[in-house]
Design a protein around this ligand. Sequence first.
Ligand SMILES: O=C(O)C[C@H](O)C(=O)O
Length: 467
Amino acid sequence: MATRLEKDTLGTVEVPAEAYYGAQTARAAANFHISGLRPHPALVWGTLVIKKCAAKANMATGRLDEKIGAAIVQAAEESLAGKFAGHFVVDPFQAGAGTSHNMNVNEVLANRANELLGGALGAYDRVHPNDHVNMAQSTNDVFPTAMRLSALHMLFLLHQELETLCDALHAKGTEFDRILKSGRTHLQDAVPIRLGQEFEAYAAAMEKNLAGLERCRPNLCELGLGGTAVGTGLNAEARYIDLVIEEIGRETSLPVYRAANMVETTQNMDPFVTLSSALKGLAINLVRIANDLRLLSSGPRTGFNEINLPALQPGSSIMPGKVNPVMAEVTDMVAFQVIGADTTVTLAAQAGQLELNVMMPVIAFNILFSMEIIRNSVKQFTESCIKGITANETRCNSNLEASVGLATVLAPYVGYAAAAEVAKESMQSGQSIKEIIIARKILSPEKLAEILDPYPLTNPGVPGKRQ
Ligand SMILES: O=C(O)C[C@H](O)C(=O)O
């Protein structure tokens, strides 16, 4: 591969001849050969937005030459359009609080801006990565700001998918509203419930998770850009700080605002702890729902078999005709990953020392990766699983008829102990609760029909004694 030689403060470095990145990126790529991954596109987007807005703000204060500033803005716009996507190459697992990522972006923009002004790659004689592209900035304010912007962007995408999931669950709630079945607690027969009520509860849970994620938004909108190295703003003019935040708001249409205390926003990872925790909450509820669906669809002959999940692929390489609940299973696995990532975020967030948290890169990686996979999995779960669920009404009804949980309905009439006797007899004899009540003449058939009218049993009240 053809290379060019570039100099940085440590010496000379070989850089691929066609690369828009430079010496510091090449060093970082060699130093951090860890995951084989590249930065999340949202993080690159967030950083490019910052660079573009910083160039504009620096031009507005008169600090940055207009020709150089315009070239940086154009380079940033081209990069935002995806032109140099292959040149952001530093592994997400990198040391230095994200300096390598910041320098990667600085170098790509400097090289492209240099080229636009008639210079050669690697020359930096017209536009310099540190002096011009990184003007009035430090990694320590750029990287946490890019993390916030990228998280807000991913939150927007996740929000859309969660809304679609909630709609799909509500639709199933309505579709299954008349289907009565046995409730189960401790995995044992309990009082009746409607299948639709189960799906409405899932929708309500997802809505709460969505609201929890949305509560993270205001903190993510608080930007410490302008704080530079330790949040005190050394080398950034006061007017620049206001202008750059305004520019970011215009560029992204996000309701961002200047941090009240930039020292705090530089060192503290709290918004990401809260966001990660909200993602964990969502993951936990997704597991719960997916596992219920696995249980309710178990069988088809030897399990609950109360619902059918769409058949998406043959399940077994050896057992013909077997179809597995693959979408629910993959939802579980994604959720486990997100729950695990929260532990990493927690450990990294508490590892901040004094003015900086150098573990930011691993926080950024885990937050963005979690949001990426959970969003994709919610979308797939909704489209390929939830929307196609059908109910086995006959099975739901026969399970309800057989359920020992129906004895609960008797308790207000005959007392707990006598109702328990009926339940016990039902278990021993195999007769249904109804059959025993009639055989033992505990209630008249008319009264029994009244109190065992199934639909009202699934709403608040004492059966047969409606207020
Ligand atoms: O890269 C910078 O701007 C600062 C760096 O993260 C440091 O604090 O050493």
